[in-house]
Structures are given as C-alpha cells and as structure tokens.
Write a protein of this length. Structure first.
Length: 192
C-alpha cells in the first residue's frame, strides 16, 4: 500500500494523540479526511510501542471494518492499555515511548514454507484453536532464519515451537507498510 510521507506523519501523530487522550485526558481533534484519502480505506493495522528499543506494547487487527485512520487510533490505545503482556502505560512513560505503525495487506495462503520471504512476509498461523501473528519486521529485528521464524510463530500461537516440522500447519502471509516516529523525525532532519 502506497502511503505518503504526510499520511505517515498523520498516523503517528494521531496514534500519539489517541494515547495522550486516553491516559492524560487531553482532547485531540480528529482530522477530516478527503474522500479519496488512502487513510479512509479499510485495512488491518498494528501499533507497536517501544521504550529504549524494548517492546512496551503491540496490538492490532489483521483486518478491520474501520478506516486505517480509526484502526490506528484504536490499536494505539489498545497497545498502551490492553496488551496483557505489560501493565498499562503510565503517564510518566508517554514521552519515553516510540511509536511504530504497520499497515497490513490482505492475508494470502502460503502453500509451502519455502514461499516465506524473510523481511517481506508477516505470518498468521491458524491451527484449530491456536492462532498467532508475527509482523514482517520480527525476523529481521531478531535475526531469524526461516526455520526460527516458523518456530516463533508456532510458539506465539501456543503450539510447541517445532510443531511445523512434523505437521502441515495452516499458514497465511501478508505484507506491511511499516514506519515509525524515529524514521519520520530523521526525514525531517534531512529535509531541514
């Protein structure tokens, strides 16, 4: 999905404003989007919060009936207060977080493990009651090869990490447009 630099800025600023509104009570004005804005398209999105490079929250939606704009707002607040792996973000942590947004493509079936392209494909595992998702940037950030990536998606889903080796798992891929506050700040420094 082609998202302009300006649209990326809108999304990360909106994510931060939504978190501030939830945790600090500061109201923010949602912007009025043009009818042809890509941000009005319905798509899945994840928001990842980090502090000093360490994960502090990550929540999102594989697909959404809401616009990208609204989905990012919802995911940002959920990452701050509903990621069960972490306590609710405190007001004192708000200025320390870095925000990364991932806009997801529709999912597609992966017929072979060999079809997985590290750094390009996120993974969705659906095996009975077991479900899990890993964003495409995860294997890059953790220096994983394909086998380690498959181990990780099994483990994330609640299955034994090597389950995929002896069982054909129901596996889907997706791509993502990923951008962060830090990346956008760097672009501002370069263009200044």
């Amino acid at each position: 999905m082609k998202i302009s630099l300006e649209e990326k800025k809108i999304l990360v600023e909106t994510a931060r404003a939504a978190i501030n509104e939830e945790l600090l009570g500061t109201k923010f004005e949602r912007i009025e989007l043009a009818d042809d804005s890509i941000l009005k398209v319905n798509a899945g999105a994840f928001v990842t919060l980090t502090i000093d490079g360490r994960l502090r929250g990550c929540v999102g939606y594989i697909f959404s009936d809401n616009s990208i704009y609204d989905t990012v707002c919802d995911a940002a607040v959920s990452a701050a207060i509903h990621d069960t792996r972490f306590p609710t973000l405190t007001p004192g942590e708000i200025d320390m977080i870095s925000i990364e947004v991932s806009i997801l493509s529709p999912k597609f079936k992966l017929d072979s493990y060999d079809d997985i392209i590290i750094g390009k494909h996120g993974l969705i595992l659906e095996e009975g009651y077991y479900r899990g998702l890993l964003l495409p940037q995860v294997p890059i950030e953790h220096n994983m090869n394909r086998e380690q990536y498959l181990d990780a998606i099994c483990q994330k889903s609640g299955l034994p990490h090597d389950y995929w080796r002896n069982n054909k798992i129901e596996l889907y891929g997706f791509t993502a447009t990923v951008f962060s506050e830090m990346e956008l700040e760097k672009n501002n420094e370069i263009s200044s």
